[in-house]
Ligand binder design. Sequence first.
Ligand code: GNR
Ligand code: NI
Length: 172
Amino acid sequence: MAIRTIITEPNKLLRQISKPVNGVGKDEQKLMDDMLETMYDANGIGLAAIQVGVPKRIIVMDISKDETKKEPRYFVNPVIKNKDTEKATYEEGCLSVPNQFAEIDRPCKCEVEYLDYHGEKKLLKADGLLATCIQHEMDHLEGILFIDYLSKLKRSMIIKKLSKKKSTAAVL
Ligand code: GNR
Ligand code: NI
């Protein structure tokens, strides 16, 4: 396993639409292992492959609170089958939009069909933080970030802040 570099805004790669994979083989499993290690290292609860620069429809997630009881989840080629009309609000953050947080409304429940770590087809009914996180990650596969749901002004302020931080980091 290896920790990979997480891409941050502004970066065009984050806007790319990820491609479905042909199945789960050794390469996909290696990528998922690396993504999980990268996510844990960054204290995140989810990570999409594009965040480490790989435009494949692969997501890893672990929303367990207890650090001693890890509950890794793997989603390959996920498709949302059903979304509740009722919304829930969560304060969201993103490893690709460091140190920025905002309350986002999303369908409070959803059903997602996907392949697991072993390539087996699964259906998951999610609610609460799990539902929010899945939708946040599925957005990454479409090149969408949570800041896209904010006003143009708020979004541009965040992007300006992040690009400033990048340019000062580059001189150090
Ligand atoms: O670590 C993360 N926390 C989080 C909190 C609320 C809603 C979504 C998330 S996902 C985020 C990790 C990340 O950027 N995944 O793409
Ligand atoms: Ni994110």
